[in-house]
Design a binder for this molecule. Sequence first.
Ligand SMILES: Cc1cc2nc3c(=O)[nH]c(=O)nc-3n(C[C@H](O)[C@H](O)[C@H](O)COP(=O)(O)OP(=O)(O)OC[C@H]3O[C@@H](n4cnc5c(N)ncnc54)[C@H](O)[C@@H]3O)c2cc1C
Length: 399
Amino acid sequence: MRAIIVGAGITGPVTAMALQKAGIDAVVHEAYDRTADGVGAYLNLAPNGLAALRVLDIDPHDLGGFDTPALELRGSGGRLLAHLAMGRDDGPGTVSQTVRRSDLYTRLRDEAVRRGIPVEYGKRLVDAAAVPGGGAVASFADGSTAEGDLLVGADGLHSRTRTILDPGCPPPRYTGLLNTGGYASGVSVDAREGVFTMIFGRRAFFAYVQRAPGDVWWFANVPRARAASDDELASWTPDRWRAELERLFADDAGPALELIAATPRVISPWNTLDLPKVPVWHRGPIGLVGDAAHGISPTSGQGASLSIEDGVLLARLLRDHGDPTAAFGAFEALRRGRVEKLIAQAKRTSNQKIPNPLTRVLRDRVILPLVSRAAARSTKDWVTDYRIDWDAPADRLPA
Ligand SMILES: Cc1cc2nc3c(=O)[nH]c(=O)nc-3n(C[C@H](O)[C@H](O)[C@H](O)COP(=O)(O)OP(=O)(O)OC[C@H]3O[C@@H](n4cnc5c(N)ncnc54)[C@H](O)[C@@H]3O)c2cc1C
């Protein structure tokens, strides 16, 4: 079998490497030219995503991130509300990693290329169709085409493959928060290295983690009732945006103001989006994986990890079924329940970040203590303990 993969973000290269392990050739097609954006957001790779990478013999420590074993939730006055582990810390590579998106993209692509997988740049998918008699053909904006036995749409939250499969599919949903962040240097904070501190501020949510002394990564979620238009986002010049963040965090405990001041370039705000339900995941030999099928709010810390799980599981199913249509059907049957449950959970958690005097008391006095106690007691976590056994019998694959 030969696969056309659309998108060289996180899911595309991972899927290609997993297909190679399954004995299936793939070519990855990416819309953009090869540019490594050195500055940008960072993300969390959770133990479930790290475990899926290990199926492909990728050591999570080679991805440029750092261990993030726990997080603490605090109120605007500094009171500790909850302490949560991010993995079990029972061996190297078993706790969450925090990694710049650009590092993760670049390293996964480079590893795919090192393994002999072609990655073609400047290939923006405009159309795709099943070929009578079997296979799929992709058409790109530069006028070229590619043919294969199947097409995997790994083209992200604004997937073109998704609208080709279902022109009426709902667009991504705005979750009520703007996102921003930055990398502060030369400033120290009173927190253990790698432990995230997250503060439910009076007006907005602030989080930071010390990677090494003097090197602190932070993000902020700013509530906003409706999504900002492109013009509104562009109107936030770096100086205006910095001043707005200083205003938002002026009355909260914690080092937000110091960190913002010590950040050479605050990342411009963007709307936080998710995709609660994508009605059509596949048709014939064309199917979706990653954010294209199930964009999730970054609050979950799971977008990248779910995407990596997708790539590994789809490849295993293609190996087992030998037929793309059957494999995409089995993939949806195993995946839809898990990802939609997590997207809904992430949206509820996101809502908690929007300051509300009525729900604050419930959150701080009931919900978070309960979550904290349940997490400390639990021996198995349905999100982070998810594992794909490459060799297990088909009926033992996790849902
Ligand atoms: C700022 C930010 C912070 C995040 N924080 C977290 C976090 O903390 N934890 C976490 O797990 N997840 C986080 N996420 C989500 C995570 O980045 C995504 O879940 C993950 O990148 C999904 O990977 P993907 O490959 O499916 O999509 P993407 O990474 O979006 O990659 C899609 C690729 O497809 C390409 N493409 C798009 N259209 C076409 C086309 N028509 N033709 C060809 N190529 C195309 C794009 O250029 C891109 O390279 C965050 C996301 C953002 C935006």
